[in-house]
Design a protein around this ligand. Sequence first.
Ligand code: GDP
Ligand code: IMO
Ligand code: MG
Length: 422
Amino acid sequence: MSKGQVDALLGIVFGDEGKGKVVDFFTPHYDVVARFAGGPNAGHTIIFDGKKFVLRSIPSGIFDENKINIIGNGCVVAPDLFMAEARELEAAGYQLTERLHISRRAHLILPTHRVLDRAYEAAKGKSKVGTTGKGIGPTYSDKAARIGLRVGDIENDFAPKYEALKARHLQILADLGFTDFDITEEEKKWMEGVEYMRKFHLSNTEQEINRALAEGKSVLAEGAQGSLLDIDHGTYPFVSSSSTTAGGVCTGLGVAPNTIRRVYGIFKAYSTRVGSGPFPVELFDETGDTIRHIGNEYGAVTGRNRRCGWLDLVALRYAIMINGVTDLVMMKSDVLDTFETIRVCTAYRKGDEVTTEMPYDTEGWEAVYEDLPGWNTPLTDIRTEEALPQTFKDYVAYIEKATGTPITILSVGPDREATIMR
Ligand code: GDP
Ligand code: IMO
Ligand code: MG
């Protein structure tokens, strides 16, 4: 924690690294927790006291009643999904309206953005991105095209603005011949969601965050997705549509670069990816199925199978560089407990060419591996560094050496408690 400063917790691979768990674990040490990118494409799982929550738009600091949580300007919000998510938390006994603040500058995901998401995917044929279908791409496209609607728009004369953008979307859909949909019910819920959102502090969150920093308060910026899904630095075009990397913290919250102190880069002890796109370490064999099964690698939002593979050091080093990662956080170490040999990708090969740098086009590269011994010991109940098996410590030291970055937190199970600080 740093007083008067921002720390960031960023997924540095393809998302689903365990950001929700670690943000929840870190929250007691911060005053404010803020999401800076993405929307309901995220699914952040938090498990404590035998309860499990999956958050999409609401920051993972929400379970600490004393903290302010902010949905920043870099995010996109679907009022109907936000309402469902918030009501679930309210039903579980959490009071939200006083301490969940939403940026007026965050963009609104309309029901027709979701239809457009489906229409664009359908039109792509074989080169589908495999989006979450939440309307993320079309909403950020409208933002960039300067025709989007923002949360602040619901505060005055909203209906005509909504109707105008919807009409524009319907025209595009008609032009695409994508007309087989009915959003009547969805739209009703959506409008209900808009009314519901008025209960919350819709504020100029960039001012609020900077005021907090000036008062010496600390802010934790919660990433969504992962660095390789970043619109600029990811495996384009198989990416999401927002800035998921450290630069996105500044633009997505309105904080200056020199307010950021620590950058926690979170990754799993192996790799996963949901949706399409290059993934050189992907395992198509029984080992991949075993990792998926033990790691429960099925999407928190869509339920889709996550593609599984070994740890990719090429990707890790690249993401550490792009984000200025100061500390690594390694998750799901326990999933590899039973493997005799653990492989690590140290380079990519295409024909005679071998590279340790992330190439422009990651398509067609295969992984070059180094084999390391497994630890064959259950890690889940271990809570101290000293009690960890030496072979596992060697794996950790190997990654630290290969990346030049310390791993300061180890996660050995999904529960909040199954975390080792080093
Ligand atoms: P996020 O999107 O980065 O917040 O991650 P997700 O919630 O989508 O996916 C992470 C999954 O791994 C969730 O089901 C977590 O409950 C689970 N998880 C987190 N840390 C650990 C861990 O150390 N071990 C195991 N076995 N599961 C974990
Ligand atoms: P969290 O925050 C994993 C992937 C989708 C798809 C691509 C584009 O839980 O880590 P989109 O709907 O954003 O246009 O989809 O990005 N994707 C994620 N994969 N975790 C996520 O979020 C993701 N958010 C988007 O599967 O390949
Ligand atoms: Mg997730």
